[in-house]
Design a binder for this molecule. Structure first.
Ligand SMILES: [Zn+2]
Length: 443
């Protein structure tokens, strides 16, 4: 009894001291969160990167460009304002002529201990102290996700005000996508944003019923989420992860979640999933899907890390089942040279061609992982460097291949799967992108 009272007094005292410290040092903590962001999201430089010619840049500006993965919402930056650190914001996306960006939500990042060969959900979570420093909600993973969704929607709202030079628009249906394509073709300064989740950690589990799993998926859908990756870097209730400690396949709740995602009109993202999970999911899915950000194991020389990347067998399975692979720009995915990004793309297309697929270039996309605590070798504002690489490599890409990879495939994917979509309409809508006029350069 006395011990209970002492505990209560101690907790009350600690709470008061905690609130005092937080209130007086919140500005300092916020500053530290910014320093951490700056440290975790630098750009890498490859001195061998080409300088784009006027021809490269003009071709680049004639494309409808889409990227499948950026973790920008995790960081405390205003999407509408140019930041001098981190990777992505609306002004820099406009500079790179990006028309459509998937903003993926990360809620938990357990520490990866150097002595451990796997990432455990029980390891201390690096996101918790970051969220504390940012002053964001931190106790519940679902709340963490919805906070990021609200921040995105707030930026969308503010971008509609008359003094905002570029509009940021939430894309949640095929009608929205069609309008975005039409507005961009007219030269309007508008960028589409699709909300994605990287790890549905709170969905499913021993306490949850099948109806609960469906309800959680519907809640995400209603909030505007249109790309769903069941796993991130550790095994969860839906599936094992390719860096997890057990790496099991899709669970029963995972199957229900992915099937319901497709029924609702969300694109399934199989990045980070275990080998068995990849196979289970592909056998289950009826719609095209993506691997939003990855590298490949073929010619994966250090600092490239094979574990996180796709084997040739994985690639074969994905392309034969209507999947699209988003190629990343960071050295652990592609290796030390920026030219490797195009080599990775070519390797995927070579596998698709060897499988006799009619359109090998239909299976590759951009999957930058900007702001994902990586060091990409291409800056979003200078994406024309990547266009230059596709034109200047030993075997240059045909311009139509580049247009497919840089945006048309992502357009087709979302125009097929989002509510109101179908494959014929997707082909019709995205074929127009061949003739997209150059977007004006913003002031
Ligand atoms: Zn990721």
């Amino acid at each position: 009894m006395r011990l209970g009272l002492v505990s209560i007094i101690l907790i009350a005292l600690l709470t008061v001291v905690g609130i005092y410290v937080y209130q007086n040092y919140a500005a300092g903590l916020y500053y530290l969160a910014g320093r951490y962001d700056r440290m975790m999201n630098p750009y890498g430089i490859d001195p061998e990167a080409p300088t784009p010619t006027a021809g490269d840049t003009s071709f680049h500006r004639s494309m409808f460009i889409a990227d499948l993965h950026a973790d920008t919402l995790k960081w405390e930056r205003d999407l509408l304002h140019r930041s001098f650190y981190g990777h992505v914001d609306v002004p820099r996306l406009a500079e790179g002529n990006v028309a459509l960006q998937v903003f993926t939500i990360v809620t938990k990042s357990p520490l990866n201990f150097p002595w451990s060969s796997c990432v455990s959900a029980r390891s201390p979570d690096k996101n918790t102290p970051l969220l504390f420093m940012q002053g964001r909600p931190m106790f519940d993973l679902r709340t963490r996700a919805f906070y990021q969704i609200e921040r995105f929607k707030d930026a969308v709202e503010r971008s509609r005000e008359p003094d905002s030079p570029i509009e940021l628009r939430l894309i949640s249906s095929v009608d929205d996508l069609q309008q975005l394509v039409a507005d961009r073709m007219q030269g309007m300064q508008v960028i589409g944003g699709i909300l994605g989740i990287e790890g549905g950690h709170w969905v499913g589990g021993p306490e949850a019923s099948e109806a609960d799993v469906r309800a959680d998926m519907e809640e995400l859908f209603d909030a505007g989420v249109r790309q769903f990756a069941p796993t991130h870097r550790f095994d969860n209730n839906l599936s094992g992860s390719n860096e997890g400690c057990t790496r099991y396949g899709l669970t029963e709740h995972g199957r229900i979640a992915l099937q319901h995602a497709e029924e609702l009109g969300m694109v399934v993202d199989l990045a980070h999933i275990s080998q068995q999970g990849l196979r289970d999911a592909i056998a289950l899915l009826e719609q095209p899907f993506n691997i939003s950000h990855t590298g490949i194991r073929h010619n994966c020389d250090p600092p490239c890390t094979p574990d996180r990347n796709l084997s040739d067998d994985d690639i074969r399975l994905i392309v034969n089942n209507g999947g699209i692979i988003g190629v990343g720009y960071w050295p652990q995915a592609i290796g030390p040279s920026v030219w490797r990004i195009a080599d990775v793309m070519q390797h995927i297309m070579d596998i698709a061609a060897a499988e006799d697929l009619p359109h090998p270039s239909h299976h590759v996309a951009l999957g930058s992982d900007y702001d994902g605590s990586v060091t990409p070798l291409i800056e979003v504002g200078h994406l024309d460097v990547l266009t230059a690489i596709t034109r200047r490599r030993d075997q240059p890409f045909h311009p139509e291949v580049t247009r497919d990879i840089f945006g048309r495939n992502v357009c087709r994917l979302f125009a097929t799967v989002l509510p109101g979509g179908d494959p014929d309409f997707a082909n019709e809508l995205c074929a127009q992108l061949q003739h997209a006029p150059a977007a004006p350069v913003p002031d």
